[in-house]
Design a protein around this ligand. Structure first.
Ligand code: ADP
Length: 635
């Protein structure tokens, strides 16, 4: 049974372990697969999100570009038409007619200063045909243009050649960046000079600063002229060609300002967005590094390009955040799927295990039932057999009892017959003798014969008395008996027999011995029986000693009669208390002494047992219950 139980246990454990291992390896595969999917998905989402957010940034940049272009265009247009108008004003015409006349110079200077203030221009000045400045709005300032020759500037040459000129440049005198318009001053077809108007573009630049974008204006050669980030001013967005270099030298557009390379890496995305990655650590102030998305618009009238540089960091951060969110969501979904799968797998395993367990259990139950039925059947058979045996036993017992009764009766009859017959025979002999002696008148001898007859009669009555005791019913009144007195009486009664065999009796009574619960006469009889048996046992021995001891032991008094006889052989030890059991041969013992003793002691609620004696022979131990003194028994 245990073996099968173990097998079952192993099987269930095996199923559980196999399922667990399967789950473990499955888990690893899923983990790796999940990570790959997460990685791939993350990369895809990131690319897509980057595209979307960069497009959005590009949209914002386009919007900003529109606004900036419109504003800048409007600003320039406001001043574009002014120089031709100024060229027709009287003070200018007067000066153009006589440029060396101090009064006209003075009048023109004042006129220009007033007009400049009204128009909001930076400077207005008049140059003669050689490009020499004759009058200027800033005539009375330290940075006065008067006396300066600007024939090299394209706004002068273009105005002379085509009637209108414009140019942006860093002022050679003022060191301020400005936009210049030029218009010819004519008298009929004669060119008398050029009126130039300079406007301040730095204020425009100041209005461009935005949170996540910069605005720059580059010339056709890629040099940054205006920039909301001061670090990029006069930086080159691409290397300068030698032709560009020559042009710069003739027009002195940037005066003596040194140009530098902006360290940028340009690239175009698949969507056509141009990205600039600027590493500005080399630039003064190290400002404005990062990646920018460009939105540019060429402004042909001004001959420059306006570019909005949208910082891509926010867009990239958004893309990254979105990707992280998506990856997290994906991971979460993956985990949920994994959890659901695992739970389902567990459930499946559990069901398999339960099914296996059920099958096993059913098998075990069936097996047990079969075994129980077998056992039941066997038990039934056994019970029937036992019953039969019992009936037989009882019958045998009855037979035995019957036989034993008959045997006992036979034994008893034989013993009695013998015991009585002998004295009866002797009695008859003595009686015959007495009759014969009486006829011969031998009185003395007749008397002896009659006394013998009396002895025989006594002996027969002694036998009858013994039988009477044996037949007496137990349960007579018990009381407290002084053991010492009983011993003394018994000594007296057994004395003749002891003396007859020449036995020495030692009596050892413990001082202060308790009284015992008994009948005094019957206790004497017990002691007499034991002493007589001891005397019989030592009769044929060289050493003939008998020892009688009495002592207290807990709630009892223990009496011992020991002798130096041959003792009781073990094979008959169990039978010596049986009635009519005797080894003394016919005529010497009835086999009733110990049997009577046993019954008397039982009446006293005591016990008698054969024990190994200290004198080499048998020992009989009688154990009687102690009794309180006040219960002293009468009999
Ligand atoms: P009886 O004395 O008439 O034989 P008992 O019942 O008194 O009958 O004794 C039964 C038997 O027990 C005796 O025949 C004897 O074999 C044995 N027996 C009794 N007392 C002793 C003893 N002290 N030593 C050896 N044997 C004994």
């Amino acid at each position: 049974m245990a073996g099968r139980g173990d097998t079952y246990l192993f099987m269930v454990q095996g199923i559980a372990q196999a399922a667990q291992m399967r789950r473990h390896s499955g888990f690893l595969v899923w983990l790796v697969l999940g990570l790959i999917i997460l990685w791939g998905g993350g990369a895809l989402v990131h690319a897509q999100a980057t595209r979307v957010f960069l497009n959005e940034a590009a949209g914002r940049a386009e919007g900003t570009l529109q606004l900036a272009t419109t504003a800048l265009d409007g600003y320039l247009e406001r001043f574009e038409r002014l120089p031709p108008l100024l060229a027709r004003q009287q003070p200018i015409l007067d000066l153009a007619e006589a440029p060396d006349d101090p009064a006209r110079v003075d009048a023109a200077n004042r006129f220009l200063r007033d007009v400049t203030g009204v128009l909001g221009a930076s400077d207005i000045y008049f140059m003669d045909t050689t490009g020499l400045t004759r009058a200027a709005s800033n005539f009375d300032l330290p940075r006065s243009f008067v006396g300066g020759n600007f024939a090299f500037r394209p706004y002068f040459s273009d105005a002379v050649a085509s009637g209108a000129g414009s140019f942006y440049a860093l002022g050679t005198t003022s060191r301020k960046r400005g936009y210049y318009f030029g218009a010819p001053v004519r008298n009929g077809d004669t060119l008398l000079g050029v009126v130039a108007l300079k406007i301040d573009v730095e204020s425009v630049e100041a209005a461009w600063s935005g949170a996540d974008y910069h605005v720059i204006v580059t010339d056709p050669k890629g040099v940054v002229f205006l920039s909301s980030n001061p670090a990029w001013r006069f930086g080159m967005t691409r290397p300068l060609t030698s032709e560009g270099q020559d042009l710069l030298e003739t027009t002195r557009r940037y005066a003596d300002s040194p140009l530098f390379d902006i360290p940028l890496r340009a690239q175009t995305t698949a969507q056509g967005h141009v990205l600039w990655e600027i590493s500005l650590s080399a630039l003064p102030g190290a400002q404005g590094q990062g990646e920018y998305l460009l939105a540019s618009a060429a402004m042909p009238e001004a001959d420059w390009t306006l570019t909005v540089m949208q910082n891509t960091a926010p867009a990239r951060a958004q893309a990254l955040t979105f990707t992280a969110g998506a990856v997290l969501a994906l991971a979460l979904i993956g985990m949920m799927v994994a959890v659901v799968r695992q739970r389902r797998a567990r459930l499946r395993d559990l069901l398999v295990m339960q099914a296996a367990a059920k099958v096993q259990l059913e098998a075990r139950v069936a097996e047990r039932t079969r075994e129980l039925a077998d056992v039941n059947e066997a038990l039934g058979a056994e019970v029937a057999e036992r019953r039969l045996v019992e009936v037989n036993l009882r019958r045998a017992q009855d037979d035995l009892v019957q036989a034993a009764k008959l045997a006992a009766l036979g034994q008893m009859s034989a013993a009695l017959g013998h015991e009585v017959n002998q004295p009866l025979g002797a009695l008859r002999n003595y009686a015959e003798n007495a009759v014969a002696l009486l006829t011969r008148d031998r009185k003395a001898e007749t008397q002896t014969a009659l006394e013998r007859i009396l002895d025989m009669a006594d002996r027969i009555s002694a036998i009858a008395r013994r039988l009477h005791t044996f037949g007496r019913r137990p349960g007579q009144q018990l009381g407290a008996v002084d053991v010492t007195e009983a011993i003394e009486a018994a000594q007296e009664i057994a004395g003749p027999r002891l003396r007859q065999v020449g036995a020495t009796l030692s009596v050892d009574i413990a001082p202060g011995l308790s009284l015992v619960r008994a009948g005094p006469v019957r206790l004497q009889q017990v002691l007499v029986n034991l002493l007589t048996n001891a005397a019989d046992a030592v009769a044929d021995r060289a050493e003939r000693r008998i020892l009688l001891t009495a002592r207290d032991e807990a709630e009892a008094v223990v009496l011992r009669v020991e002798d130096s006889g041959t003792g009781v052989p073990p094979d008959i030890a169990l039978r010596i208390f049986d009635p009519f059991f005797s080894t003394k041969g016919v005529g010497n013992g009835l086999g009733l002494g110990l049997s009577i003793t046993y019954n008397i002691i039982k009446d006293f609620d005591g016990a008698i047992a054969l024990v190994p004696g200290t004198l080499g022979g048998a020992g009989f131990e009688v154990r009687l219950m102690s009794a309180p003194k006040q219960d002293l028994a009468a009999e």
